[in-house]
Design a protein around this ligand. Structure first.
Ligand SMILES: C[S@@+](CC[C@H](N)C(=O)[O-])C[C@H]1O[C@@H](n2cnc3c(N)ncnc32)[C@H](O)[C@@H]1O
Length: 287
């Protein structure tokens, strides 16, 4: 018992273990994540419908979206952005490893005759010959990736974008990092049965890595027949740090915003968004 508790309370190295699929593709939890996505009033899994509508209108005008405009939406979930963007005339590719979300997204696309191809795959492994005008990664998914994974995905974005292409993504800010605190909680059927239909004991250990600006919510879920540990990592960013990662991948940062709906940048905002282009104002050679 003492040893088990020691393990539960153990602080791993930042981004030591990647378990994102345990949260998003597990038979039981993926069902609940999908119902959160589809609840238009809340900001869980996806943002609320009013925000998404506003965001899509901004994206459509910012990037002048119309026919022949190609978008790749990484971590598209049930296609809430993809479907709206396709209605603006874009051709969209949505990538997500949640089979349940992709199935839902495909049904909507077929029903509404939308020009979208959905790919049910881990986006870290996604390869394509297609070239896009815009790559999206919305709702701070970039923050769940380790420095090595972020480097890999930015270089993938650069590779699949056209010479005049752009990436738009959002991240958590340092102002949000300051609000986070270390904590340990323990609860029977933690989060109202979110983790399993069976009875379980759930531990949540929140670790704060001050130097790296990383937070880990480490869930240990103990059922009678199995024990799981799910690691939810979040990297928090200063704009300069995010810009550095984009520059290292060959991008030019065009601008920062408070969100992916184009709200002007405010350093007090808990999240912020970035647009990065594959070429600078004078073309690719001006670096
Ligand atoms: C926070 S949700 C955001 C969904 C969507 N972008 C939105 O804002 O409505 C993150 C999505 O990314 C997907 N995801 C997370 N990691 C992934 C990975 N490595 N490969 C593919 N999909 C991933 C999840 O299944 C989930 O649908």
């Amino acid at each position: 018992m003492f040893k088990a508790l020691e393990k539960i309370n153990e602080r791993p190295k930042p981004f030591q273990t990647y378990t994102a699929s345990d949260l998003w593709t597990d038979e039981h939890t993926s069902k609940q994540m999908l119902s959160f996505h589809l609840d238009e009033a809340i900001d869980v899994s996806s943002r609320n419908a009013e925000f998404i509508n506003r965001s899509v209108e901004w994206i459509a005008s910012e990037f002048n979206i119309g026919r022949d405009f190609k978008i790749a939406d990484f971590g598209c979930g049930p296609g809430l952005y993809a479907a709206r963007l396709a209605k603006h005339g874009a051709t969209v590719t949505g990538i997500d490893f949640s089979g349940r979300s992709i199935e839902y997204a495909k049904e909507v696309a077929t029903r509404d005759r939308l020009n979208i191809s959905y790919v049910n795959q881990n986006y870290l492994e996604f390869e394509t010959e297609d070239r896009f005008d815009l790559v999206l990664m919305i709702m701070c998914d970039f923050c769940a990736l380790s420095p090595t994974q972020r480097k890999g995905i930015l270089s993938k974005f650069h590779k699949i974008l056209k010479p005049s292409g752009s990436a738009l993504l959002d991240v958590y800010s340092l102002s949000a990092f300051e609000q986070r605190e270390e904590a340990t909680t323990y609860e029977v059927n933690q989060l109202n049965g979110f983790w399993s239909t069976n009875k379980y004991y759930g531990f949540l250990n929140t670790f704060k890595y001050d130097e790296e600006k990383v937070i880990l919510d480490k869930y240990t879920i103990i059922e009678s027949e199995r024990t799981r540990t799910v690691y939810n990592w979040l990297q928090y960013f200063a704009p300069e740090e995010l810009e550095r990662e984009f520059i290292d991948a060959g991008f030019f940062v065009k601008g920062f915003y408070s969100d992916v709906a184009g709200t002007p940048y405010d350093q007090k905002s808990s999240e912020f968004a970035v647009i990065a282009n594959t070429s600078g104002p004078l073309g690719r050679q001006d670096r």
